[in-house]
Write a protein that binds this ligand. Structure first.
Ligand code: TYD
Length: 140
């Protein structure tokens, strides 16, 4: 996997004098069926989140309120995306290390995930993540 495969996805936005409406349809606007939704909120200004990679999980990150910065790393290249719109998601395939920083006041990071929570799918150690990427490459 490469950071180039992390795609920004724009969801429909229905604008109205009464306010805007965005909808996301599983398997249509995002390339997987949603099995889990979670959100990170009330993040203090000094705190970072993420700091992990996933072996198989696919996710979409959305700044449903406020903004934050996502640092992506595929063990070779890095990329940075700033999310700040509730109708834009960042698709993360497996084997991408992510750090989430610079949460604005009141920011909410909503995550749509392709599977249930499973701690066994996590890489929480960057050196181990890198090693796993290297050993995948050896199998090519
Ligand atoms: P953690 O992975 O540290 O959050 P983040 O990486 O997004 O900053 O998760 C914090 C805790 O919440 C950890 O004990 C695992 C637990 N958790 C669940 O129980 N279910 C979930 O769906 C998620 C994402 C985390």
């Amino acid at each position: 996997m490469s950071v180039q495969q992390c795609e920004l996805v724009e969801f429909p936005k229905i604008e109205d004098q009464r306010g805007n409406l965005t909808f996301i349809e599983s398997g249509r606007h995002i390339p997987f069926e949603i099995r889990r939704v979670y959100y990170i909120y009330d993040v203090p200004g000094w705190a970072n989140r993420g700091a992990h990679g996933h072996a198989a999980l696919r996710q979409i990150l959305i700044a449903i309120n406020g903004s934050f910065t996502v640092h992506l790393d595929d063990a070779r290249d890095q990329r940075v995306e700033h999310l700040c719109a509730p109708n834009v998601g960042l698709y993360l395939p497996p084997m991408i290390w992510r750090d989430i920083t610079d949460f604005s006041e009141g920011a909410v990071c909503m995550v749509l995930a392709s599977d249930f929570y499973d701690e066994k799918d996590y890489f929480r150690n960057y050196a181990k993540f890198r090693k796993a990427v290297e050993s995948e490459k050896d199998q090519w």
